[in-house]
Design a protein around this ligand. Structure first.
Ligand SMILES: Cc1cc2nc3c(=O)[nH]c(=O)nc-3n(C[C@H](O)[C@H](O)[C@H](O)COP(=O)(O)OP(=O)(O)OC[C@H]3O[C@@H](n4cnc5c(N)ncnc54)[C@H](O)[C@@H]3O)c2cc1C
Ligand code: SF4
Length: 477
C-alpha cells in the first residue's frame, strides 16, 4: 500500500511534462509545458523518498507539506492531496508554475542531492490544483459566520490576495483597492503568459470575488482616495503595493526614443494578450516586431523581456549582462529556455551610452570579474579599450525595481520606511509602526517572489485574526 507506491527514484527517472518545441512555443504566448497525465503525475510523485527530514518542506517559504501530498498523489487520492496542498498555500497552481524551484523546494530535495534528479515538486503541485479546478473541488469561500470588522487592502497582487483569502475565510469584511483595472498585480501584468497563463490568475480573482471580497479597481490610493480615508473606513489596513520604480540607465543618449522600461513593455504585452487596445503597442513604441532588440539586465524580468521580444517577432534579441552566467540572478532554467528560443546572451557586457535618437546602437563596454566585494560577490570591472557598438532599435531596461516613496505620495510622513525605501514592518506579524497597519510582499521585502508575498499576506492575516480573537474574547468577558 502506501509505501509501495513511493521510493521509486531508483527505478523511475525524473521526467518533466513535455516541453513544446522552441519553434512552436515562440509562435504564441501559451505556457511551454504540457500537463502531466494522471498516471505520469502519480509515477513522478512516487519517486519521493519520504525522507525523515524533508528539506524540500523546510526550503519552501510556505512550508508546504510536500511529502504527504506527493504520497497522496502517488496513491491516486487527489482530492485529499488538493485539500492538504491548499491548506498551506493560497495559490498552489501558480507557485507550481512560477516558483524558482531549483532554488527552493526542488534544489533541496534529498534525492536531487544524492544525484538521482529531484522529484518534480512544482509540476505535481500544479497538477493537483489544476485537477481540483477541473473537478470542481475549488469552491468560493463561504465563511460559517460573518464578522463586523473590516480590513482594507491596498494592492491586489499575491500578497494582498493571500491576506484577503484568509481574512474572508474567517468572515471578516475585506475590500481590496488597486490602481489597475484587473486584480493580480504582477501575476496579471508583469509575468508573461508563457510562464503563467492569465486565465489561471483570473479564475482566482473570480473565486475571491464570489467569496465576498470587494474589489475597488482603477483606484489609485493617494490620488483617487487618500490613505487617511482608507484608515478611517477600516479596522485594519494592509499595504501590498509592490515595488514599481524602475532603476534607470545612465550615460549619454540614455533618454533617446526607443529606450523603454521593462515594466511598461511587459504590461503592454500582457494587455495585448487580454485583447485590450494598447496605443503604444500599435505605434511600435512598445512592440519588438521587426526590431533588433537589446535587453539590459540579468534577472528574471530581463528573461521575460527577451522571450516576449522573440514572440513579438524581433529580428534579433540580445541580452547584455555585466557579470557572467554563473553570477546572474535570473533562474538558469529560464536562461536555458531563452537560449532555446534564439536569444543571444552577451555576458560581461554593460552599456556605456547610446547612439542615435531614435536609438540605433548601444555602446558596450566589456567587463571582467574582479575581487569579491563585502558580500563575497565578484565585482565587475571595465576592460579598457574593448568597447564596441551593438546595433539596436529597441532597448529594454530591466535593471530591477525600487519602492515608490509611499510616505510622501500618501502624505503620511509618520509611516516608517527602511533606508531602501521599503515599508518597515515586523517580519513575523508584518505590523508597521502605525498601529493596525500592515505591510506585506515586495513593499516590505523589496523585489522578491510570489511565494514570499503569499506567505507574508497569510502571516499578516493571521496576526489580524489573532487580534480580533483577543478583542472578541475581551468583549465576551
Ligand atoms: C517581470 C517579472 C517577472 C517575475 N517573475 C516571477 C516568477 O517567475 N516567479 C516569482 O515567484 N516571482 C516573479 N516575479 C516577482 C513577483 O511577481 C513579485 O514578487 C510579486 O508579484 C510581489 O507581490 P506583491 O503582492 O507584493 O506586489 P505586486 O504583485 O506588485 O502587486 C501590487 C499591486 O498593488 C497595486 N498598487 C500599487 N500602488 C498602488 C496604489 N497607490 N494604489 C492602489 N494600488 C496600488 C498595483 O497596481 C499592483 O496590482 C516577477 C516580477 C516581475 C516584475
Ligand atoms: S510553493 Fe514553491 S517552493 Fe513551495 S513547494 Fe510549491 S513550488 Fe516548491
Amino acid at each position: 500500500m502506501a509505501v509501495e507506491k513511493m521510493l521509486k527514484f531508483v527505478t523511475v527517472d525524473k521526467d518533466m511534462p513535455e516541453k513544446r518545441a522552441a519553434e512552436a512555443r515562440t509562435a504564441d504566448f501559451h505556457e511551454i509545458y504540457a500537463d502531466y497525465v494522471k498516471a505520469k503525475a502519480a509515477e513522478q510523485a512516487g519517486r519521493c523518498s519520504q525522507c525523515g527530514v524533508p528539506y524540500c518542506q523546510t526550503h519552501c517559504p510556505l512550508h508546504n507539506n510536500i511529502p504527504d501530498w506527493l504520497r497522496l498523489t502517488a496513491q491516486g487520492r487527489l482530492e485529499e492531496a488538493y485539500h492538504l496542498s491548499q491548506a498551506t498555500n493560497t495559490f498552489p497552481e501558480i507557485c507550481g508554475r512560477i516558483c524558482p524551484q531549483d532554488r527552493l523546494c526542488e534544489g533541496n530535495c534529498v534525492i536531487e542531492q544524492s544525484g538521482h534528479g529531484t522529484v518534480t515538486i512544482g509540476q505535481v503541485e500544479k497538477y493537483i490544483t489544476d485537477t481540483a479546478w477541473e473537478k470542481g473541488w475549488v469552491k468560493a469561500i463561504a465563511p460559517s459566520q460573518e464578522r463586523a470588522e473590516s480590513v482594507g487592502i491596498i494592492g491586489a497582487g499575491p500578497g494582498g490576495l493571500a491576506a484577503a483569502d484568509m481574512l474572508r475565510r474567517a468572515g471578516v469584511q475585506v475590500t481590496i483597492y488597486d490602481r489597475y483595472d484587473r486584480a493580480g498585480g504582477l501575476m496579471t501584468y508583469g509575468i508573461p503568459g508563457f510562464k503563467l497563463e492569465k486565465d489561471v490568475v483570473m479564475r482566482r480573482n473570480d473565486q475571491l470575488e464570489a467569496g465576498g471580497v470587494s474589489f475597488v479597481l482603477n483606484c489609485n490610493v493617494g490620488e483617487d482616495i487618500t490613505f487617511a480615508e482608507i484608515r478611517e473606513k477600516h479596522d485594519f489596513v494592509v499595504l501590498a503595493t509592490g515595488v514599481y520604480k524602475s532603476r534607470e540607465l545612465q550615460g549619454p543618449g540614455s533618454g533617446a526614443t526607443g529606450i523603454v522600461r521593462a515594466i511598461d513593455y511587459l504590461t503592454a504585452s500582457n494587455r495585448v494578450g487580454f485583447g485590450d487596445s494598447v496605443p503604444e503597442y500599435e505605434t511600435g513604441e512598445l512592440n519588438a516586431e521587426g526590431k533588433k532588440v537589446v535587453v539590459v539586465g540579468g534577472g528574471d524580468t530581463a528573461m521575460d523581456c527577451v522571450r516576449t521580444a522573440v514572440r513579438q517577432g524581433a529580428t534579433s534579441v540580445k541580452c547584455l549582462y555585466r557579470r557572467d552566467r554563473a553570477n546572474m540572478p535570473g533562474s538558469q532554467r529560464e536562461v536555458a529556455n531563452a537560449e532555446e528560443e534564439g536569444v543571444e546572451f552577451v555576458w560581461l557586457a554593460a552599456p556605456k551610452g547610446f547612439s542615435g535618437d531614435p536609438v540605433s546602437g548601444v555602446m558596450v563596454q566589456k567587463m571582467r570579474l574582479g575581487q569579491p566585494d563585502a558580500t563575497g560577490r565578484q565585482s565587475p570591472e571595465v576592460i579598457e579599450g574593448a568597447d564596441y557598438v551593438e546595433e539596436a532599435d529597441l532597448v529594454i531596461k530591466a535593471l530591477g525595481f525600487e519602492p515608490e516613496e509611499l510616505p510622501t505620495l500618501w502624505n503620511t510622513p509618520e509611516l516608517e520606511v527602511t533606508r531602501w525605501g521599503t515599508v518597515k514592518a515586523d517580519f513575523r506579524s508584518h505590523e508597521t509602526n502605525l498601529p493596525g497597519v500592515y505591510a506585506v510582499g515586495d513593499i516590505q521585502r523589496g523585489a522578491s517572489l510570489v511565494v514570499w508575498a503569499i506567505r507574508d499576506g497569510r502571516e499578516a492575516a493571521e496576526d489580524i485574526l489573532s487580534k480580533l480573537a483577543v478583542s472578541a474574547g475581551v468583549a465576551a468577558e
